[in-house]
Design a protein around this ligand. Structure first.
Ligand SMILES: *Cc1c(COP(=O)(O)O)cnc(C)c1O
Length: 394
Protein backbone atom coordinates (compact mmCIF):
# COMPACT_ATOMS: atom_id res chain seq x y z
CA UNK A 1 0.00 0.00 0.00
CA UNK A 2 1.24 3.48 -0.86
CA UNK A 3 0.52 6.17 1.74
CA UNK A 4 1.49 9.76 0.94
CA UNK A 5 2.44 12.23 3.66
CA UNK A 6 -0.29 14.51 2.35
CA UNK A 7 -2.98 13.95 -0.29
CA UNK A 8 -3.99 17.26 -1.86
CA UNK A 9 -5.72 15.44 -4.72
CA UNK A 10 -8.40 13.97 -2.46
CA UNK A 11 -9.36 17.38 -1.06
CA UNK A 12 -9.30 19.00 -4.48
CA UNK A 13 -11.55 16.38 -6.03
CA UNK A 14 -14.07 16.89 -3.25
CA UNK A 15 -14.20 20.67 -3.83
CA UNK A 16 -13.24 20.76 -7.50
CA UNK A 17 -16.29 22.55 -8.96
CA UNK A 18 -16.35 25.24 -6.28
CA UNK A 19 -12.62 25.93 -6.51
CA UNK A 20 -12.66 26.16 -10.30
CA UNK A 21 -15.71 28.47 -10.10
CA UNK A 22 -13.90 30.70 -7.60
CA UNK A 23 -10.78 30.98 -9.74
CA UNK A 24 -12.80 31.69 -12.90
CA UNK A 25 -14.91 34.26 -11.03
CA UNK A 26 -11.80 36.25 -10.10
CA UNK A 27 -10.24 36.01 -13.54
CA UNK A 28 -13.48 37.16 -15.22
CA UNK A 29 -13.94 39.99 -12.69
CA UNK A 30 -10.59 41.57 -13.66
CA UNK A 31 -10.15 42.65 -10.02
CA UNK A 32 -6.68 41.19 -9.79
CA UNK A 33 -5.19 43.24 -6.93
CA UNK A 34 -6.88 43.54 -3.50
CA UNK A 35 -10.65 43.94 -3.94
CA UNK A 36 -13.73 42.20 -2.52
CA UNK A 37 -12.39 38.62 -2.54
CA UNK A 38 -9.49 39.59 -0.28
CA UNK A 39 -11.69 41.76 1.96
CA UNK A 40 -14.32 39.10 2.49
CA UNK A 41 -11.68 36.51 3.40
CA UNK A 42 -10.06 38.99 5.80
CA UNK A 43 -13.32 39.50 7.69
CA UNK A 44 -14.10 35.77 7.68
CA UNK A 45 -10.68 34.84 9.14
CA UNK A 46 -10.84 37.69 11.68
CA UNK A 47 -14.25 36.46 12.79
CA UNK A 48 -13.08 32.84 12.94
CA UNK A 49 -10.15 33.87 15.14
CA UNK A 50 -12.12 36.28 17.30
CA UNK A 51 -9.90 39.20 16.32
CA UNK A 52 -11.15 42.53 15.05
CA UNK A 53 -8.93 42.67 11.98
CA UNK A 54 -7.37 40.47 9.34
CA UNK A 55 -4.86 41.66 6.77
CA UNK A 56 -4.17 39.36 3.83
CA UNK A 57 -0.54 39.01 2.79
CA UNK A 58 1.59 37.06 0.33
CA UNK A 59 2.64 34.22 2.61
CA UNK A 60 3.14 33.13 6.19
CA UNK A 61 6.73 34.31 5.95
CA UNK A 62 5.64 37.77 4.85
CA UNK A 63 2.99 37.82 7.59
CA UNK A 64 5.85 37.53 10.10
CA UNK A 65 8.09 39.95 8.23
CA UNK A 66 5.50 42.69 7.84
CA UNK A 67 4.48 42.31 11.50
CA UNK A 68 8.07 42.84 12.63
CA UNK A 69 8.37 45.80 10.23
CA UNK A 70 5.26 47.35 11.79
CA UNK A 71 6.92 46.97 15.19
CA UNK A 72 9.92 48.86 13.78
CA UNK A 73 12.30 45.98 14.40
CA UNK A 74 15.59 47.12 12.94
CA UNK A 75 19.28 46.45 12.59
CA UNK A 76 20.84 45.39 15.87
CA UNK A 77 17.60 44.71 17.74
CA UNK A 78 17.22 41.28 19.30
CA UNK A 79 14.14 39.07 18.97
CA UNK A 80 13.39 36.20 21.34
CA UNK A 81 12.08 33.01 19.74
CA UNK A 82 12.20 29.21 19.69
CA UNK A 83 15.12 27.29 18.17
CA UNK A 84 12.77 24.57 16.91
CA UNK A 85 10.61 25.79 14.02
CA UNK A 86 10.49 26.22 10.29
CA UNK A 87 13.27 28.51 9.07
CA UNK A 88 10.94 31.44 8.29
CA UNK A 89 10.51 32.18 12.00
CA UNK A 90 14.18 33.10 12.22
CA UNK A 91 14.65 34.20 8.60
CA UNK A 92 12.43 37.26 9.02
CA UNK A 93 14.44 38.38 12.05
CA UNK A 94 17.71 38.11 10.15
CA UNK A 95 16.36 39.86 7.06
CA UNK A 96 15.70 42.97 9.16
CA UNK A 97 19.27 42.90 10.44
CA UNK A 98 18.04 41.85 13.86
CA UNK A 99 19.53 39.05 15.92
CA UNK A 100 17.60 35.99 17.06
CA UNK A 101 17.84 34.97 20.71
CA UNK A 102 16.75 31.45 21.54
CA UNK A 103 14.91 30.08 24.54
CA UNK A 104 15.00 26.29 24.43
CA UNK A 105 11.82 24.23 24.05
CA UNK A 106 9.80 22.18 26.47
CA UNK A 107 10.46 18.56 25.39
CA UNK A 108 6.84 17.44 25.79
CA UNK A 109 5.08 20.15 23.80
CA UNK A 110 8.07 21.02 21.55
CA UNK A 111 7.10 24.67 22.11
CA UNK A 112 9.17 27.46 23.64
CA UNK A 113 9.69 27.10 27.40
CA UNK A 114 8.44 30.16 29.34
CA UNK A 115 10.91 29.51 32.18
CA UNK A 116 13.83 29.76 29.76
CA UNK A 117 12.31 32.95 28.34
CA UNK A 118 12.18 34.49 31.79
CA UNK A 119 15.85 33.61 32.40
CA UNK A 120 16.88 35.32 29.18
CA UNK A 121 14.72 38.41 29.67
CA UNK A 122 15.74 38.93 33.27
CA UNK A 123 19.38 38.95 32.13
CA UNK A 124 18.64 41.48 29.35
CA UNK A 125 19.22 44.52 31.54
CA UNK A 126 19.98 46.77 28.53
CA UNK A 127 16.53 45.95 27.12
CA UNK A 128 17.86 44.92 23.71
CA UNK A 129 15.09 42.37 23.12
CA UNK A 130 12.35 44.15 21.17
CA UNK A 131 9.91 41.38 20.24
CA UNK A 132 8.95 37.80 21.11
CA UNK A 133 7.90 35.21 18.53
CA UNK A 134 6.39 32.06 20.05
CA UNK A 135 5.51 29.36 17.52
CA UNK A 136 2.46 27.12 17.91
CA UNK A 137 4.32 24.14 16.55
CA UNK A 138 2.57 21.23 14.84
CA UNK A 139 -0.84 22.80 15.54
CA UNK A 140 -0.74 23.13 19.33
CA UNK A 141 -0.48 26.48 21.09
CA UNK A 142 2.61 27.46 23.00
CA UNK A 143 1.94 28.11 26.69
CA UNK A 144 0.55 31.59 26.11
CA UNK A 145 -0.54 32.52 29.63
CA UNK A 146 2.99 32.62 31.11
CA UNK A 147 4.32 33.96 27.80
CA UNK A 148 1.88 36.90 27.81
CA UNK A 149 2.57 37.54 31.50
CA UNK A 150 6.31 37.71 30.83
CA UNK A 151 5.75 39.92 27.79
CA UNK A 152 3.70 42.30 29.88
CA UNK A 153 6.24 42.32 32.69
CA UNK A 154 9.04 43.30 30.31
CA UNK A 155 6.79 45.36 28.01
CA UNK A 156 7.71 43.49 24.84
CA UNK A 157 5.25 42.85 21.97
CA UNK A 158 4.38 39.27 21.03
CA UNK A 159 4.04 38.16 17.40
CA UNK A 160 2.49 34.70 17.26
CA UNK A 161 3.78 32.41 14.53
CA UNK A 162 0.50 30.55 14.09
CA UNK A 163 1.37 29.29 10.61
CA UNK A 164 0.72 25.67 11.65
CA UNK A 165 -2.10 26.40 14.05
CA UNK A 166 -5.05 28.22 12.48
CA UNK A 167 -8.06 27.39 14.65
CA UNK A 168 -6.06 25.87 17.53
CA UNK A 169 -7.20 27.10 20.93
CA UNK A 170 -5.54 27.88 24.23
CA UNK A 171 -7.23 27.78 27.66
CA UNK A 172 -6.38 31.29 28.88
CA UNK A 173 -6.94 31.56 32.62
CA UNK A 174 -7.92 34.87 34.16
CA UNK A 175 -6.95 36.01 37.67
CA UNK A 176 -10.22 34.66 39.08
CA UNK A 177 -9.55 31.21 37.55
CA UNK A 178 -12.12 31.58 34.77
CA UNK A 179 -10.98 30.02 31.51
CA UNK A 180 -11.62 31.45 28.07
CA UNK A 181 -10.57 29.55 24.99
CA UNK A 182 -8.46 31.84 22.82
CA UNK A 183 -7.74 31.09 19.18
CA UNK A 184 -4.11 30.87 18.05
CA UNK A 185 -3.08 34.28 16.73
CA UNK A 186 -5.54 36.23 18.89
CA UNK A 187 -3.36 36.69 21.97
CA UNK A 188 -0.35 38.71 20.82
CA UNK A 189 -0.29 42.05 19.01
CA UNK A 190 -0.16 40.02 15.78
CA UNK A 191 -1.07 36.47 14.77
CA UNK A 192 0.55 35.19 11.58
CA UNK A 193 -1.00 32.51 9.38
CA UNK A 194 0.24 30.67 6.33
CA UNK A 195 -2.01 29.24 3.64
CA UNK A 196 0.78 27.13 2.17
CA UNK A 197 -0.90 24.01 0.74
CA UNK A 198 0.33 21.71 3.52
CA UNK A 199 -1.25 23.73 6.33
CA UNK A 200 -4.71 22.78 7.61
CA UNK A 201 -6.16 25.65 5.55
CA UNK A 202 -4.16 25.80 2.34
CA UNK A 203 -4.71 27.72 -0.88
CA UNK A 204 -3.61 26.82 -4.41
CA UNK A 205 -0.26 28.57 -4.13
CA UNK A 206 1.22 30.93 -1.55
CA UNK A 207 -0.85 33.04 0.82
CA UNK A 208 -0.91 34.35 4.37
CA UNK A 209 -2.66 36.64 6.81
CA UNK A 210 -1.98 38.70 9.91
CA UNK A 211 -4.77 39.03 12.46
CA UNK A 212 -4.80 41.61 15.23
CA UNK A 213 -7.10 43.18 17.81
CA UNK A 214 -5.33 46.53 17.54
CA UNK A 215 -6.88 49.00 15.09
CA UNK A 216 -3.80 51.19 14.72
CA UNK A 217 -1.62 48.14 14.14
CA UNK A 218 -4.05 46.84 11.51
CA UNK A 219 -3.94 50.19 9.71
CA UNK A 220 -0.17 50.16 9.74
CA UNK A 221 -0.17 46.61 8.33
CA UNK A 222 -2.45 47.73 5.50
CA UNK A 223 -0.01 50.50 4.57
CA UNK A 224 3.07 48.36 5.02
CA UNK A 225 1.83 45.58 2.73
CA UNK A 226 1.47 48.16 -0.04
CA UNK A 227 4.85 49.95 0.04
CA UNK A 228 3.84 52.11 3.00
CA UNK A 229 1.84 54.34 0.68
CA UNK A 230 -0.96 56.65 1.81
CA UNK A 231 -2.42 58.16 -0.20
CA UNK A 232 -1.19 56.39 -3.31
CA UNK A 233 2.37 57.48 -4.24
CA UNK A 234 2.97 59.23 -0.90
CA UNK A 235 5.21 57.09 1.29
CA UNK A 236 5.26 57.70 5.01
CA UNK A 237 7.31 54.56 5.55
CA UNK A 238 9.12 51.88 3.60
CA UNK A 239 6.90 48.83 3.17
CA UNK A 240 6.79 46.29 0.38
CA UNK A 241 4.49 44.39 -1.91
CA UNK A 242 2.99 41.91 0.53
CA UNK A 243 -0.51 41.71 -1.00
CA UNK A 244 -2.60 38.53 -0.99
CA UNK A 245 -3.64 37.36 -4.45
CA UNK A 246 -7.46 37.50 -4.84
CA UNK A 247 -7.44 34.14 -6.64
CA UNK A 248 -5.90 32.61 -3.52
CA UNK A 249 -8.37 34.47 -1.31
CA UNK A 250 -11.30 33.13 -3.36
CA UNK A 251 -10.15 29.51 -3.02
CA UNK A 252 -9.73 29.98 0.73
CA UNK A 253 -13.28 31.30 1.01
CA UNK A 254 -14.42 28.04 -0.56
CA UNK A 255 -12.40 25.98 1.91
CA UNK A 256 -12.93 27.85 5.19
CA UNK A 257 -16.41 26.34 5.92
CA UNK A 258 -14.81 22.86 5.90
CA UNK A 259 -11.91 23.72 8.20
CA UNK A 260 -13.54 22.59 11.45
CA UNK A 261 -14.48 19.23 9.93
CA UNK A 262 -10.89 18.78 8.70
CA UNK A 263 -9.53 19.58 12.17
CA UNK A 264 -11.94 16.99 13.62
CA UNK A 265 -10.79 14.33 11.14
CA UNK A 266 -7.13 15.03 11.88
CA UNK A 267 -7.81 14.85 15.62
CA UNK A 268 -9.67 11.60 15.11
CA UNK A 269 -6.74 10.21 13.10
CA UNK A 270 -4.41 11.15 15.96
CA UNK A 271 -6.63 9.28 18.42
CA UNK A 272 -6.69 6.28 16.11
CA UNK A 273 -2.88 6.22 15.87
CA UNK A 274 -2.58 6.63 19.63
CA UNK A 275 -4.84 3.68 20.35
CA UNK A 276 -3.27 1.51 17.63
CA UNK A 277 0.23 2.23 18.95
CA UNK A 278 -0.93 1.68 22.52
CA UNK A 279 -1.93 -1.88 21.59
CA UNK A 280 1.65 -2.63 20.54
CA UNK A 281 4.58 -2.88 22.95
CA UNK A 282 6.42 -0.01 21.33
CA UNK A 283 5.27 2.57 23.83
CA UNK A 284 5.87 0.52 26.99
CA UNK A 285 9.27 -0.59 25.66
CA UNK A 286 10.22 3.03 25.08
CA UNK A 287 10.77 2.63 21.34
CA UNK A 288 8.29 5.39 20.60
CA UNK A 289 6.70 8.25 22.54
CA UNK A 290 3.27 9.42 21.44
CA UNK A 291 2.46 13.11 20.99
CA UNK A 292 0.89 14.76 24.01
CA UNK A 293 -2.10 17.06 23.89
CA UNK A 294 -0.65 19.26 26.59
CA UNK A 295 -3.82 21.04 27.70
CA UNK A 296 -5.93 17.88 27.86
CA UNK A 297 -9.29 17.50 26.18
CA UNK A 298 -12.07 20.01 26.65
CA UNK A 299 -15.58 20.79 25.58
CA UNK A 300 -17.50 24.02 25.75
CA UNK A 301 -21.19 23.16 25.63
CA UNK A 302 -21.72 20.79 22.71
CA UNK A 303 -18.52 21.80 21.01
CA UNK A 304 -15.13 20.13 21.32
CA UNK A 305 -12.45 22.79 21.69
CA UNK A 306 -9.55 22.80 19.21
CA UNK A 307 -6.70 22.38 21.66
CA UNK A 308 -4.61 20.76 18.94
CA UNK A 309 -5.34 20.88 15.23
CA UNK A 310 -2.70 18.26 14.36
CA UNK A 311 -1.10 19.97 11.42
CA UNK A 312 1.51 17.31 12.14
CA UNK A 313 1.43 14.05 14.10
CA UNK A 314 4.86 13.70 15.66
CA UNK A 315 6.43 10.68 17.29
CA UNK A 316 9.64 10.75 19.28
CA UNK A 317 11.37 7.50 18.34
CA UNK A 318 14.41 5.35 18.82
CA UNK A 319 16.66 4.82 15.79
CA UNK A 320 14.87 7.60 13.91
CA UNK A 321 16.88 7.81 10.71
CA UNK A 322 16.57 4.09 9.99
CA UNK A 323 12.85 4.12 10.75
CA UNK A 324 12.44 7.02 8.31
CA UNK A 325 14.29 5.11 5.61
CA UNK A 326 12.31 1.92 6.30
CA UNK A 327 8.96 3.69 6.01
CA UNK A 328 10.00 5.57 2.89
CA UNK A 329 11.27 2.31 1.32
CA UNK A 330 7.80 0.93 2.03
CA UNK A 331 6.10 3.80 0.16
CA UNK A 332 4.97 5.53 3.34
CA UNK A 333 5.38 9.30 3.29
CA UNK A 334 7.01 10.71 6.40
CA UNK A 335 9.25 13.64 7.14
CA UNK A 336 11.56 15.25 9.67
CA UNK A 337 10.30 18.60 11.01
CA UNK A 338 13.04 19.81 11.50
CA UNK A 339 16.42 18.09 11.17
CA UNK A 340 18.54 21.12 12.12
CA UNK A 341 17.51 23.49 14.91
CA UNK A 342 17.59 27.16 14.00
CA UNK A 343 20.60 28.10 16.15
CA UNK A 344 22.68 25.51 14.24
CA UNK A 345 21.84 26.79 10.75
CA UNK A 346 24.87 27.50 8.59
CA UNK A 347 23.60 30.89 7.41
CA UNK A 348 24.10 32.26 10.94
CA UNK A 349 27.88 32.11 10.63
CA UNK A 350 29.11 32.91 14.11
CA UNK A 351 26.13 35.10 15.02
CA UNK A 352 24.76 32.58 17.51
CA UNK A 353 28.01 30.90 18.44
CA UNK A 354 27.95 29.17 21.80
CA UNK A 355 24.15 29.03 21.98
CA UNK A 356 23.00 25.74 23.45
CA UNK A 357 19.46 24.42 23.24
CA UNK A 358 19.79 20.73 24.14
CA UNK A 359 16.05 19.98 24.05
CA UNK A 360 15.68 21.38 20.53
CA UNK A 361 18.76 19.42 19.45
CA UNK A 362 17.31 16.19 20.86
CA UNK A 363 13.95 16.84 19.21
CA UNK A 364 15.66 17.41 15.87
CA UNK A 365 17.39 14.04 16.21
CA UNK A 366 14.47 11.98 17.49
CA UNK A 367 11.20 13.12 15.94
CA UNK A 368 9.36 11.90 12.87
CA UNK A 369 6.11 13.13 11.28
CA UNK A 370 3.57 10.56 10.06
CA UNK A 371 0.71 11.21 7.61
CA UNK A 372 -2.29 12.74 9.43
CA UNK A 373 -4.29 14.41 6.64
CA UNK A 374 -8.11 14.24 6.92
CA UNK A 375 -8.69 11.69 4.14
CA UNK A 376 -6.34 9.11 5.70
CA UNK A 377 -8.25 5.85 6.38
CA UNK A 378 -8.13 3.46 9.35
CA UNK A 379 -6.77 0.76 7.04
CA UNK A 380 -3.89 3.01 6.01
CA UNK A 381 -3.16 3.85 9.62
CA UNK A 382 -3.18 0.18 10.67
CA UNK A 383 -0.87 -0.71 7.78
CA UNK A 384 1.51 2.04 8.82
CA UNK A 385 1.46 1.04 12.49
CA UNK A 386 2.15 -2.58 11.47
CA UNK A 387 5.13 -1.41 9.43
CA UNK A 388 6.53 0.49 12.42
CA UNK A 389 6.11 -2.64 14.59
CA UNK A 390 7.81 -4.70 11.89
CA UNK A 391 10.76 -2.30 11.90
CA UNK A 392 11.38 -2.61 15.62
CA UNK A 393 10.97 -6.41 15.48
CA UNK A 394 13.70 -6.78 12.86
C1 LIG B 1 4.77 27.32 7.01
C2 LIG B 1 5.40 28.08 8.09
C3 LIG B 1 5.85 29.40 7.92
C4 LIG B 1 5.92 30.09 6.60
O1 LIG B 1 4.78 30.10 5.84
P1 LIG B 1 4.87 30.30 4.26
O2 LIG B 1 3.45 30.56 3.88
O3 LIG B 1 5.40 29.04 3.69
O4 LIG B 1 5.74 31.46 3.97
C5 LIG B 1 6.33 30.08 9.03
N1 LIG B 1 6.41 29.50 10.22
C6 LIG B 1 6.03 28.22 10.42
C7 LIG B 1 6.12 27.64 11.79
C8 LIG B 1 5.53 27.47 9.36
O5 LIG B 1 5.17 26.20 9.56
Amino acid sequence: MKIPLLDLQAQFEYLEDDIIDAVVRVVKSTRYIQGPEVESLESAIAEYCGTGYGVGVTSGTDALLVSLMCLDIKHGDRVLTTPYSFFATMGVILRLGAVPVFADIDPVSFNIDPLKMEEILSADTEKTIKAIIPVHLYGQCADMKPIMDIAEKYQIPVVEDAAQAIGAEYPMMAGDGAVTYKKAGSMGIAGCFSFFPSKNLGCVGDGGMVVTQDKAFAEKLVLMRNHGAFPKYYHKMVGGNFRLDPIQAATLTVKLPYLESWHAKRRNNAKTYNSMFAKTRLVSEGKITLPVQVYGEARVGEQEVNLHIYNQYILRVENRDNLLKWLQDNDIGCEIYYPVPLHKQECLGDLCQGVECPEAEKAADLTIALPIYPELTDEMQQYLVDKVVEFYNM
